[in-house]
Design a protein. Structure first.
Length: 163
């Protein structure tokens, strides 16, 4: 297991990035929190993985968090659980005291979440995290030209959804 200082430094340095990846997969904050925690648990237990630099560590955490989110989504489709009171609170909207997100921002987030998985993650990594297509290709173990196609297709789909 990794040292506590190493884990805390990783959460402080890369926590916001991992959180954004998780939040892009899930509409509910609780699922995103679960994925966030699972990602850093995997980091803590992966003491045999050596990182060359912080960019390598960040890329590893992004890849692990996206895999965790995909696994959680697959598992959610297999479970038939009644929604109960949580569904009522979501359907009613925010409670008193909670702020309602800007409608345009919500529209953008929903358009982004509506993308299929192959273009969603490359578009996110390109537009928000600033990675180049060759870097994304290496992280996702995909050909560079395929990544260019995913990014182009994803941007086009976003543009259509938002126009």
């Amino acid at each position: 297991m990794r040292a506590n200082d190493d884990i805390e430094n990783a959460i402080d340095g890369f926590g916001p990035t991992v959180w954004r990846v998780c939040a892009n997969f899930f509409a509910g904050e609780h699922d995103a929190q679960d994925a966030f925690q699972e990602t850093f648990l995997k980091y803590a237990l992966a003491d045999s993985v050596q990182f060359g630099d912080d960019e390598h560590r960040k890329a590893w955490l992004i890849q692990v968090s996206s895999n965790v989110c995909r696994d959680m989504l697959r598992a959610a489709h297999r479970n038939d659980v009644p929604l109960g009171d949580e569904a009522d609170s979501v359907a009613c909207g925010p409670s008193v005291g909670e702020s309602r997100p800007d409608s345009r921002r919500l529209e953008i987030v929903e358009a982004f979440r509506s993308l299929d998985d192959p273009p969603r993650m490359p578009v996110y990594l390109s537009l928000y995290e600033g990675y180049t297509a060759p870097e994304i290709a290496q992280m996702m173990d995909a050909p560079v030209n395929t990544v260019y196609s995913w990014i182009s297709r994803g941007r086009k789909m976003l543009k259509e959804a938002l126009s």
